[in-house]
Design a protein around this ligand. Structure first.
Ligand code: PMT
Length: 229
């Protein structure tokens, strides 16, 4: 039932991790490789969708057949996602976005100061991109968020995902546990998809490609139901 079930749809996927510059040579970043977001983009394309991939500092090869917009910072990601999202049928926020950025970016390389033994960085909040989309009118666009949590307990992990779905106004929320060896950068993933009522719609684990298709199965059901209604 998968082949062609996203034909005629426009799917926007963000992937990778943002980098927030400190100076011309340094940044604050995270360990997202882009694998999970790319797998979703590729799976959507295989299923017939037109795909826009907002790519933040990918550590793996870009997929074929997608319209790719390269960005680096959270603010750049916000601009690209917001532009691509208008008129899209589905937006999937798989990118790992920095919640804070340095309050100022130094023009030159920050030098060691011989007189002190530490350095304090001042950070300011980045906008929450998913929340911005979720709290604006978005009829006709299914919003799929992720939650990356280190919580070891399954029930509490799911509860955190429920809370994030509500807080950010996403239609579906994909929860994955992350850690030193989980979620980020690995080839496999284990996810729970939370639906509009806060219920667990699907659990999936396996390669990021197979998890991508399982997530899109839920997306297709939602998009098809919305169109029929
Ligand atoms: O790229 P890989 O190496 O394959 O790893 C995949 C992954 C673990 C990065 C991915 O599966 C994942 O969980 N992505 C979301 C990471 C994240 O930023 O989670 P979060 O819980 O901090 O944010 C929740 C949601 O809000 C996410 O959809 C995120 O994109 C979005 N967000 C967060 C902060 C922000 N300022 N703006 C946002 O839109």
């Amino acid at each position: 039932a998968r082949r062609g079930d996203l034909a005629g749809r426009h799917v926007v996927v963000s992937a990778g991790g943002t980098r927030e510059p400190l100076d011309p040579v340094r940044f604050l970043g995270n360990r997202s490789s882009g694998k999970q977001g790319i797998a979703i983009a590729e799976a959507a394309r295989e299923r017939g969708a037109k795909v826009t991939l907002i790519a933040a500092n990918l550590e793996v090869a870009e997929p074929d057949g997608c319209d790719i917009r390269r960005v680096s910072t959270a603010l750049e990601l916000q601009a690209a996602v917001t532009e691509a999202a208008s008129g899209a049928d589905v937006v999937v926020m798989a990118a790992a976005v920095a919640d804070y950025r340095p309050a100022s970016v130094s023009e030159g390389k920050i030098k060691k100061d011989q007189s002190d033994d530490g350095l304090t960085l001042e950070l300011v909040r980045n906008p929450d991109i998913l929340s911005g989309l979720g709290h604006a009118p978005h009829a006709g666009t299914l919003l799929v968020g992720f939650a990356a949590e280190t919580e070891p307990d399954d029930d509490r992990l799911i509860a955190l995902g429920r809370g994030k779905r509500e807080a950010k106004g996403a239609d579906l929320l994909v929860v994955n546990r992350v850690g030193w060896n989980e979620g980020f950068a690995s080839d496999e993933n284990r996810v729970v998809v939370i639906g509009r009522d806060g219920d667990v719609v699907t659990r999936a684990h396996g390669t990021k490609q197979s998890v991508a298709h399982d997530i899109l199965d839920v997306v297709v059901t939602e998009v098809t139901t919305a169109t029929a209604a």
